[in-house]
Design a protein around this ligand. Structure first.
Ligand code: PEP
Length: 251
């Protein structure tokens, strides 16, 4: 089986205005050009208003650009929403769906996440599909069951290793500075791999990212865990040095 290339994805969330966002993206693109590329694939997911200028600023550098969410429909009367095709036209090749902040803040269900991922696929985007348990669920010993249930409900028909990436993000580790131990990560990533292999023909080739307070100092240990195929990075992706340290920690 071909080696899975690691993916380091930055989720800027609702942070950044044009000058700062474009400068950050240019900085990363410049480092990528100077390095002649990296073993890992590098992606930034800016707020929707910055996708177009960021995509223009980094064009040809190898730095990929993605969205943070998309609507499940291709178009219509959905005020404030953005379709997957609109993201693609603006320069995206990826979109995050089902992030825990959207599941919590907007009550997104597994079924809605599956519909968003299907919409992403239809527009030619790679869906980065997030799953992860809350702290209370982990304390009750339900982490594995929650993640398996989310995968079952959120992976759409037609998902393949080429159009889908899974991000395991324990909710209690996001933005808290608390990181899952490599042993915790190994256990859940093995479970996710088994589910993917059971559900999808190309399940062994689907990349599984870890997310939750990843930074330069802990990236090396996390990226060395079996079945960790990269990282989804929030806070540390807003600092070029930190994000670059994570990106270059991958063999
Ligand atoms: C995230 O938002 O996907 C995330 C992992 O955030 P942080 O790295 O800040 O924990």
């Amino acid at each position: 089986m071909a080696k899975r290339r690691k993916l380091i994805a930055g989720n800027w969330k609702m942070n950044g205005l044009k000058a700062d966002g474009v400068a950050l993206a240019r900085d990363l693109a410049g480092r990528l050009r100077a390095a002649g590329g990296l073993p890992a694939e590098l992606l930034v997911c800016p707020p929707a208003t910055l996708i177009w200028p960021v995509a223009e600023a980094v064009a040809g550098s190898g730095l990929a650009v993605g969205g943070q969410d998309c609507h499940p429909m291709a178009g219509g009367a959905h005020t404030g929403d953005i379709s997957a095709a609109m993201l693609a036209e603006a320069g995206c090749g990826h979109v995050i769906v089902g992030h825990s902040e959207r599941r919590q803040d907007h009550g997104e269900s597994d079924a809605l996440v599956a519909a968003k991922a299907a919409a992403a696929h239809a527009a030619g985007l790679v869906a980065i599909l997030c799953v992860g348990e809350t702290g209370a669920e982990r304390d009750r010993g339900e982490a594995g069951a929650v993640v398996a249930r989310q995968l079952g409900g959120s992976i759409p028909a037609g998902a393949t290793a080429a159009n889908t990436v899974i991000a395991y993000e324990p909710v209690w580790a996001i933005g808290t500075g608390r990181t899952a131990t490599p042993a915790d990560v190994a256990e859940i990533h093995a479970l996710i791999r088994a589910e993917l292999v059971r559900r999808l023909e190309t399940g062994s080739a689907v990349r599984i990212l870890y997310g939750g307070s990843v930074k330069g100092a802990n990236a090396g240990a996390l990226m060395a865990v079996p079945d960790v195929d990269g990282a989804l990075v929030g806070g540390a992706s807003l600092k070029a040095d930190e994000f670059w340290a994570i990106a270059t920690s991958c063999p």
